[in-house]
Ligand binder design. Structure first.
Ligand SMILES: Cc1cc2nc3c(=O)[nH]c(=O)nc-3n(C[C@H](O)[C@H](O)[C@H](O)COP(=O)(O)OP(=O)(O)OC[C@H]3O[C@@H](n4cnc5c(N)ncnc54)[C@H](O)[C@@H]3O)c2cc1C
Length: 633
């Protein structure tokens, strides 16, 4: 094969959400990047519902923004309607969700990729990895070139060995009729990686003009400008709505009558499907007592007429899908523009990766996104960003970036994948995160922007704007702790309206703000600030005050756990020599090779006793080392 004329620092394979983030992050840190995608027109394609955010997923997007990622900007630039979710459930799980225009979202990424310095993009299908002596040297492609690089990031999503199922029909395909990638899996297996199958499914799309939405409840956008990006101004979105409908007994009867025609019942699909986003037939089987499921009809673009049927994914035969759709209120005369389908694909067992997303088997080979067994644009983009950063660090010979569980949702996501693995599409959930009050949407900037800045991903203007905002919040917190608010009829009237007791004597402003239901705007009204925080800053301030006790408690828990996180385990540790370890635990420790005692404790099947034994062994090892002995006998 001819060798391409130029050698790159980083090659990124795949133009999806993970690949775009990885390529942009690496190029922005100054290394040379070649971005290869089998079809350039599918850059940042959203093959499922074009919605970004929601609980936990929205946190990932915000964290990406703080680190210098692009997804938040893409979502803001393409949003058709944006809303807060979980506003009544407390600040830890409050989350932003946007219904995006899939064409505008893709256009945003395409322009960023094609105009980024240090980044060259090309349509190529990668067929082989070029590996020498356990180290990646580059990739080989279908069009006939060998490309050389120091590091390769694989972000191939659902395309590897992609196979689509619609009832009894199945054929080799990527999502939405895209070309699949068929050759690369063998090369991955040959490099020593374990590859398995997984599956996910999507819903039929409908033509908007054939729906009767007049009797359905609609949801519009928030009436305030909301953005994922830390720097976005935002606009109030108008003119686009989601509509709520429900499945009913008829829908469920149609499904039950045709279950024997589903590819799953026929035993034609190999991989596990998504537990947290099951198909409608899965729901009907698993919850036979439920007579109805909530379904959202959502627009997918300003420039087409298609409607996505959220919560209605299916791989039943096309004729059955048509009947199912037409049983839904508002969809009696629906024209289906595309059928729903299930897709199976190859993924890399993620316990074979380090916490910086490099494979342990091949130095310099990174994996990010759905190839690691996750599902979702946000999960993919978050991993892509981390992999791109680490690919750049590796190419420059620097130490990798590892994000901790107590510092970010991205850290939780990656730690779960590389420590516990997954055999079904992994989706980020707030319940996966043990320090939810510390990892809020409103403080993602404070947690992660210093890291983004240190990596060169935040320019002076962005960094200074953040610092000014933080100072404004800190100054105001200090002021509120010092000043007193005096009782007045006007204040007590407003407190009564909030079901809060009247003020009988002067009270510290911070105490007043601590009361449930009393917003910062009220406190500030009766004690005006020279430079009051607004919008997201005011929200962050309010949360810091109202939840101070809980936040401190979680902070103490993290400090306790950090003692275990700070105990590192040698990469070449011989677990066979640790006395008392159960065979099963030893085998799991050898597979995952945890970096710290904390990570070892999170491997499923590794017990607190095992951790105690490891800790005793490490202490003995270090005492021996201090005494100058090379090994512990
Ligand atoms: C049917 C279906 C249903 C889904 N349902 C949901 C859902 O309910 N909820 C949810 O959150 N998410 C869902 N998703 C998931 C979401 O679409 C993916 O998680 C997300 O797109 C993954 O991003 P990625 O960047 O990892 O991969 P992808 O977006 O799949 O991108 C992979 C990229 O790699 C390129 N590529 C692949 N192989 C090669 C090669 N050999 N050489 C060069 N380029 C290559 C492709 O061209 C593509 O650009 C669904 C996806 C599908 C397909």
């Amino acid at each position: 094969m001819p060798m391409y004329e130029k050698k790159y620092d980083v090659i990124v394979v795949g133009g999806g959400h993970a690949g775009c983030e990885a390529a942009l992050a690496a190029a922005r840190t100054g290394v040379s990047v070649l971005h290869l995608n089998l079809y350039l027109d599918n850059t940042a394609l959203m093959p499922c519902n074009p919605s970004i955010g929601g609980p936990a997923k929205g946190h990932l997007v915000r964290e990406g923004s703080a680190l210098g990622g692009e997804q938040a900007e893409a979502a803001d630039a393409s949003a058709m309607l944006v809303r807060w979710l979980n506003t009544s459930k407390g600040p830890a799980v409050r989350a932003l969700r946007a219904q995006c225009d899939l064409e505008e979202y893709a256009r945003h990424y395409t322009m960023k990729i094609e105009t980024q310095k240090n980044l060259e993009v090309r349509q190529e299908t990668v067929t082989d990895l070029w590996i020498e002596e356990g180290r990646v040297r580059g990739v080989r492609t279908k069009y006939g070139y060998d490309y050389e690089s120091k590091v390769v990031v694989l972000a191939t999503g659902t395309y590897l060995g992609g196979k689509v199922h619609i009832g009894p029909k199945s054929f080799s395909s990527g999502p939405l009729g895209q070309t699949p990638a068929v050759d690369l899996t063998e090369s991955l297996r040959a490099s020593g990686l374990e590859i398995r199958r997984m599956r996910t499914d999507t819903t039929p799309r409908l033509h908007a003009d054939t729906l009767d939405l007049s009797s359905l409840t609609s949801q519009g956008s928030a009436d305030e400008p909301l953005t994922f990006s830390l720097w976005g101004e935002g606009t109030v979105h108008e003119g686009y709505f989601c509509h709520l409908t429900r499945s009913n007994r008829r829908t469920h009867d149609i499904i039950r009558d045709n279950l024997h025609r589903s590819p799953l019942s026929m035993g034609w699909m190999e991989g596990n499907g998504p537990r947290y986003c099951p198909s409608i037939e899965d729901k009907v089987i698993k919850f036979p007592e439920k007579e109805s499921h909530l379904i959202f009809l959502e627009p997918v673009s300003r420039s087409n007429k298609e409607v996505y049927v959220q919560n209605f994914s299916t791989s039943l035969p096309f004729d059955v899908q048509l009947a199912m759709v037409r049983s839904l209120p508002g969809c009696e005369h629906a024209h289906v523009t595309r059928p729903g389908y299930a897709i199976e694909y190859d993924y890399v067992v993620p316990t074979q990766l380090t916490p910086w997303l490099e494979t342990k088997a091949v130095s310099g080979l990174f994996c990010a996104g759905q190839i690691n067994g996750t599902s979702g644009y946000e999960e993919a983009a978050a991993q892509g960003l981390l992999a791109g950063i680490n690919a750049s660090l590796k190419a420059r010979g620097e130490e990798p970036l590892v994000l901790g569980r107590s510092e970010s949702y991205i850290g939780v996501l990656v730690d779960d994948l590389v420590t516990k693995g997954t055999n079904e599409p992994y989706r980020m959930l707030t319940s996966r995160c043990e320090h939810r009050l510390l990892l809020r949407h409103d403080n993602a900037d404070r947690r992660l922007a210093p890291i983004g800045r240190g990596l060169g991903l935040l320019d002076d203007d962005r960094w200074n704007r953040l610092r000014t905002g933080w100072k404004r919040i800190d100054d105001e917190l200090e002021r509120l702790a010092q000043i007193k608010i005096h009782p007045s009829d006007a204040l007590n009237r407003e407190l009564a309206a909030l079901d809060s007791a009247p003020l009988s004597e002067a009270a510290c402003a911070v105490e007043l703000l601590r009361r449930p239901g009393v917003p910062y705007s009220l406190v500030e009204k009766f004690s005006p600030s020279p430079d009051a925080p607004r919008g997201g800053e005011a929200l962050a301030l309010e949360v810091e005050v109202k939840y101070a006790g809980y936040i401190e408690r979680q902070g103490r828990q993290v400090a306790r756990m950090e003692r275990m996180e700070n105990v590192t385990l040698p990469g070449d540790m011989d677990y066979g020599r640790v006395p008392g370890l159960l065979a099963e635990s030893r085998q799991k420790l050898e597979t995952v090779r945890p970096r710290t005692l904390g990570q070892a404790g999170r491997i499923s099947g590794v017990t607190p006793t095992d951790i105690h034994l490891l800790s005793v062994w490490l202490n003995a090892l270090s005492r021996r080392k201090e005494r100058g002995a090379a090994t512990v006998e």
